[in-house]
Design a protein around this ligand. Sequence first.
Ligand code: ATP
Length: 359
Amino acid sequence: DRNAIEVIGVSKIFGTGEARVAALDNVSVPIRENEFFTLLGPSGCGKTTLLRLIAGFDFPTDGQILLYGNDIAPLPPFKRPVNTVFQNYALFPHMTVAENIGFGLQMLGKPKAEIEARVSQMLKLVKMEALAKRRTSQISGGQQQRVALARALAPQPKVLLLDEPLSALDYKLRKEMQIELKRLQNETGITFIFVTHDQEEALTMSDRIAVMSAGKILQVGTPWDIYDKPAERFVADFIGETNFLTAKIDNVANGKAKATLKSGKTIPATVAEGFTPKGEATIVVRPEHAKAVKGPGELSGTVENIVYFGTDTHILVRLDDGDLFTVRQQNSRSASCGFEEGERIGVSISDDAAQVLKD
Ligand code: ATP
C-alpha cells in the first residue's frame, strides 16, 4: 500500500514561556492511500492542529509532512490536493445547494460544462438532487452536512480532512451519516482523515485509528487492535469500558504470558507490543469477557450494584482485594440477570481475555 500522507517527527509549539503549549510533540504516522483514518482523542490533544498542518492553514514548528512522498511545506493550502470539511460546514447561505457544490471548481476556473457535470454527479452521490436549487439556509442540518461533503469532494482531492463533521447532528442522524460517510469514502476511494473524540464513532467507521493524548500519538491500529490489544492505560481507558487488575507476569513468550492475580489464581494473558517483563504489571479485561458465576471463579467478591442497560446488564463486583470489577452480560427477554446486590459471587475470566499493558 502506498502512503498518501507521511507525518514525520512533527511538533507544533504555541506560545512561549509560561504560555508554551506543545499541541503536537514529535508525532510520526503514515496514512495509506484509500484509507479511512481516524484521529481519536480528548479535547485539546492536538487533533485539529494536525489537520490544520496537513491542510496548510498553519506550519509545523518541527518535522515534515509528505504527500505521496513530496514535502508539502512549500505549497499554499489552495495548491494542495487536500480539502477540509469543517465542523460548522461553512456553507454560503445565500447560495443554492448546487452553487455551493460548484464553488470550488469555479474558483479553479473550470469550464462551465465541466462544473455542471461534476455538480450533478456530486448531487447524486450525496442524494441531494431534489434540493439542488434550494438555498443552504433553507435545508436541514443533515442536508447541510451532505452539501458540505459534496462541496469538498467536488474538486476530487486526494485527501479529505474531516474535523468532527458529525458533532452538530442529533444521535439518529449522526448514525445515518456515519454509514453515509463510510459509503462515500468507499465509492470515491479518497483518503479520509477523520477527527473525532467519540470512541464509538472511531471504532465503527475507521480502517485504522490513531489514539492521541497531550500532543502525542499513543497507538495506531485497526479498531480491533485498539479495542482488544491496547498497549497503554490511556488507550484502554479511553476506548470502551475496561477493568484494570494488577498481576504478576511470568513465562513471557511469543506474545503470551502467565498472569497471577492478587487472588492467587493464574490466567493466560496476551502481552502488548513493547512489553518488558518487570514482575508486576497492569492487565486489562473487558467487562464482556468476564462472567459472574455462582461458584468460585478466578476472582471473587460481592455484588455491589446491578445496572440494567436494555441490551445488557452491568454487574459491579467489589473484589475481595477492594478493587471494583465490572462484568457485562447479555440480557434475555425472559429472565433477570440471576444475581442480587450483596450476593457473594465468583468472576470467571474468559480464555484469552486478559491483555497485559506495556507499562
Ligand atoms: P478539540 O477536540 O477541543 O478541538 P483538539 O484535539 O483538536 O481539541 P487542538 O485544537 O489541536 O486540540 O489543540 C491542541 C492544544 O493546542 C490545546 O492545548 C490548545 O489549547 C492549543 N492550541 C491550539 N491552537 C492554538 C493557538 N492558535 N494558540 C495557542 N494555543 C493553541
